[in-house]
Ligand binder design. Structure first.
Ligand code: GFB
Length: 317
């Protein structure tokens, strides 16, 4: 595969948009090993939904490279409950940053999306060319449409203006800095909290949403951050690229693994009144594997790490 000229991060000013989030903070940790200057802006310094503010900030701060990891994110229930926020906020953030990056001649930009961009019944493992080949999963189509628009913005600025803007699509992520709030979180942090609290209270069982049969692929956020830096240096193509672990498992098995790591020995019940979402979304990681990148953190190690991070946020731990 033609990879384009490697991009050298040395001596560059690198803006991480969304540095307080799980993904952005992992990218900042990973970039600390590169010889570059990390640039960030807090929410009170810069409202990413404000086009004028974003343009002014870029003109003043002149980043050479941008990781676009800022987004409104959430689990299946949050996505389903707040479609306007997930669509509007994400469209505004990505449109403002990508346009401002073009205006201030940013050398390289990476946009981060999600595996939910693919059709609900895409052939598995899902390759990059499945994009826009069928209807989306209804619980997260608003978020998916915003993320598809982000990919298209990068492609459009590349085609019309010759900008080196690329897109990476991570699978379901977890790790330190995750959201452990049961109403808005993704499944893995929710299961950690449920198992931990059940262990503390001596509850007989924990409940998982849906039937427990949907399969998901999980990647530790530190592996994602490593892939992002790798791709920033090595990848320069129009097409988005998948970033996953290459393995998936049913949610019920995930719950059993989390219970083991947390040390909860009670039962696990399912609640089919809650949505399952898409039945399976295992991505093909072939394109990235061919380039020579591999994840390093196993799911069991990663869950142990996420549990430690959760405990550190608990006042009584
Ligand atoms: O992680 P999750 O919320 O998101 O749910 P999606 C994954 C699966 O876990 C679903 C089940 O089948 C849920 O029904 N699940 C079981 C639970 N117990 C729980 C629980 O306590 N909490 C949660 N949250 N789920 C999201 C999208 O989809 O994935 C986003 O909505 C984004 O747009 C993200 O793409 C990566 O994998 O279904």
């Amino acid at each position: 595969m033609a990879l384009g000229e490697p991009y050298d991060l040395r001596g560059k000013r690198v803006y991480v948009a969304g540095h307080r989030g799980m993904v952005g903070s992992a990218i900042v940790r990973r970039l600390a090993r590169e010889d570059c200057t990390i640039v960030t802006a807090t929410r009170s310094d810069l409202d990413l939904g404000d086009q004028n503010a974003v343009r002014t900030w870029f003109a003043a701060n002149k980043p050479d490279a941008v990781f676009l990891a800022a987004a409104k994110v959430g689990g299946i229930l949050a996505n389903d409950s707040f479609p306007a926020d997930f669509l509007y906020d994400n469209l505004m953030i990505e449109a403002n940053i990508i346009e401002a990056a073009h205006r201030s001649a940013v050398e390289k930009l990476m946009f981060l999306g999600s595996s939910c961009i693919y059709p609900k019944f895409a052939p598995q493992p899902i390759s990059e060319d499945s994009l826009l080949s069928g209807p989306l999963e209804p619980t997260n189509e608003w978020y998916a449409i915003a993320k598809i628009a982000g990919i298209k913005l990068c492609q459009a600025y590349r085609r019309q203006h010759g900008r080196d803007f690329i897109s990476a699509m991570p699978t379901n992520l977890y790790g330190p800095g995750d959201n452990f709030d049961l109403a808005s979180s993704h499944v893995l942090p929710a299961l950690i909290r449920k198992a931990h609290e059940a262990k503390q209270s001596g509850a007989a069982s924990i409940e998982i949403w849906g039937t427990g049969t949907p399969r998901r692929e999980f990647l530790h956020v530190d592996d994602l951050a490593d892939a992002c830096v790798f791709l920033m240096k090595q990848y320069s193509q129009d097409e988005h690229i998948n970033v996953g672990s290459g393995e998936d498992l049913p949610i019920l098995e995930l719950a059993q693994l989390v219970a083991e790591v947390v040390g909860f020995t009670g039962g696990i019940t399912t609640n089919p009144d809650r949505p399952d979402g898409t039945p399976r979304k295992l991505m093909s990681g072939e394109k990235l594997r061919e380039m020579g990148w591999r994840p390093r953190i196993t799911l069991r190690q990663g869950i142990a790490d996420a549990y430690r991070a959760f405990l550190a946020t608990q006042p009584d731990a």
